[in-house]
Design a binder for this molecule. Structure first.
Ligand SMILES: [Cu+2]
Length: 544
């Protein structure tokens, strides 16, 4: 039996447990590798391909592949076949009430030369018995070539074939795997995203580019000011020179796969018509980078009209000059094109990640060029006759609801042994700090109908981000200070501890009232190397 080289390498790490697991499967198939060319530097930025539902349904076939050429960044790509060849990471557009049927064929081949920290501790528990026919709904090997999909932010059930990451493990030898779910008819309109969520390997796959956008239609019915504006979909990703990307190292940002200004590379070009408004929808699909988005004319930050955060329209659109987006955050806003001849740019103004946080400097994401014959993206929402989505209102917000439980938890880091690698923890007060493993028991047990206040502290000298699957929460307070306009979020920044003062905290109102979200799912830090490193916990929501 021929055993693939990566299997041998992995076996050296795992005392050949994985050879038993693979049962020779890796030797039987030679998955086709390859990803399409990504755009070159300094080109005009284009929206990803749109795949739009018709008659209440969207059917999509994806193949996930990888490619690593010498001296090039790793590619992990969601491929969609079109008549003119494969296209990477299209935007999925569905309306509330629509059904998504997505088939994923996993043909990943890339295995990094070194295992992620804590690999054995995390992943052995998920292995099926040797010789057992593989059922992706019973977990998998959870190796670098395993995968699954998380639909970040959607309020859908935590079930295999819908939005589960605890038992779903699709191997690169498995037949096509189907995801099938309904966007709830009362789902808010906005920008969501899909990405792999294989514990221990999420960083690698997302850094390789495996991420795309899902847009729930109807924003124009809630925010009429965006109707008819040219609509841009912008996805910021982060690539690391070292594909063992849980190790910090040189990295760059990309905008719709085009490198942002990096070393000698010139930035992408956003063409706009002078003085004309556009509707921008930006997803931060970086594994580690915090964005502080600004549009500058010369050196002057411009007003941006913020209409939605994390896929939910804000209650009142506001003018801002800077939008902070943690990894996984999304912002939707209106931008006015610069006057003709005016130098302008889209940048991230940098972010202070704390005394021990990684560098997160100012970076130019794109040069904005105002020209009368600009290549504008298509107008948004023209002639759309979807059923009216339910706009979130203050009545939906459990601001005055009876709080059924209060919980406190904290992010913490520690070196393993005296000089070992950093271990990452997310721990409920009163529980023992443990790195997450797939077999960890739920840290929180609650039931449908609960409305809980969670206070999340940061005991580490670097920023963390809190994300929970399946639900949104109301962002109520930072460091004990009430926010004047609490909004729905699914990912939130927990500031770094300065090593001297009290631990920074955020207070969130967790809304478990939706009966669709009964089940077991996860909450974690969305800095993906922290998540892979153990900064995650389970919650079990029992049916009412
Ligand atoms: Cu973190």
């Amino acid at each position: 039996m021929r055993i693939a080289r990566h299997t041998i390498e992995r076996c050296l790490l795992t005392a050949c447990l994985c050879a038993m697991l693979h049962g020779g499967a890796a030797a039987q198939t030679t998955p086709t590798t390859g990803c399409p060319q990504r755009p070159l530097s300094n080109a005009v930025v284009k929206n990803p391909l749109d795949l739009t539902s018709t008659n209440g349904a969207l059917k999509v076939d994806f193949t996930l592949r990888s490619l690593k050429l010498p001296e090039q960044f790793l590619k992990e790509c969601y491929l969609y076949e079109t008549s003119s060849g494969p296209v990477e990471a299209p935007t999925l557009r569905l309306n509330p009430g629509d059904q998504l049927e997505l088939t994923l064929t996993n043909r990943l081949t890339f295995v990094p030369p070194a295992p992620p920290v804590g690999f054995l501790a995390h992943d052995m528990a998920a292995m099926p018995a040797p010789g057992t026919p593989h059922d992706p709904c019973l977990g998998g090997a959870m190796v670098a070539t395993s995968t699954n999909i998380h639909f970040h932010g959607l309020g859908i059930p935590p079930k295999c074939h819908q939005d589960d990451v605890l038992i779903t493990g699709i191997e690169n030898t498995d037949p096509p795997f189907s995801y099938s779910f309904q966007i709830p008819p009362d789902h808010p309109p906005g920008m969501y995203w899909y990405h792999p969520h294989v514990h221990g390997f999420t960083t690698l796959q997302v850094n390789g580019g495996a991420a795309g956008v899902l847009i729930v239609g109807g924003m124009e019915t809630v925010k009429p000011e965006v109707a008819g504006l040219p609509e841009r979909v912008l996805v910021v990703r982060q690539e690391f020179e070292n594909p063992d990307s849980w190790l910090a190292g040189p990295n760059r940002l990309t905008l719709n796969f085009q490198p942002a200004r990096y070393r000698h590379r010139l930035p992408p070009i956003l063409q706009m018509k002078p003085g004309v408004k556009e509707f921008w929808r930006v997803a931060n699909a970086a594994s580690q980078a915090f964005l502080s988005l600004q549009v500058l004319f010369g050196t002057t930050p411009q007003n941006l009209t913020l209409v939605a955060l994390d896929g939910v329209p804000v209650r009142k659109s506001v003018e801002v000059q800077s939008i902070e987006l943690p990894p996984a955050g999304r912002a939707e806003f209106i931008v006015t094109g610069p006057p003709s001849g005016q130098a302008a740019r889209l940048q991230t103004a940098g972010f202070d990640t704390g005394p021990i946080g990684p560098p997160n400097p100012t970076k130019e994401l794109a040069e904005i060029v105002a020209t009368a014959n600009a290549q504008e993206p298509p107008a948004f929402g023209g002639g759309n006759t979807i059923r009216k989505p339910r706009a979130p209102t203050s009545a939906d917000m459990p601001l005055k609801a009876r709080v059924t439980a209060r919980r406190a938890m904290y992010f913490a880091e520690a070196a393993a042994g005296t000089n070992g690698p950093t271990e990452f923890f997310l721990t409920l007060e009163g529980q023992k700090p443990k790195m997450f493993t797939m077999s960890s028991p739920p840290a929180v047990v609650t039931k449908v109908g609960a409305v809980e206040d969670w206070t999340i502290a940061n005991h580490a000298g670097e920023v963390h981000t809190f994300h929970i699957h399946q639900i949104h929460f109301l962002f109520l307070e930072v460091n004990g200070k009430k926010l004047t306009n609490p909004e729905w979020r699914d990912t939130v920044i927990v500031p770094a501890w300065d090593g001297v003062g009290p631990y920074p905290t955020v207070k969130l109102r967790m809304d478990f009232r939706d009966p669709r979200i009964a089940g077991t799912f996860v909450f974690h830090c969305h800095i993906l190397d922290h998540e892979d490193g153990g900064m995650m916990a389970k919650i079990q929501v029992n049916p009412k």
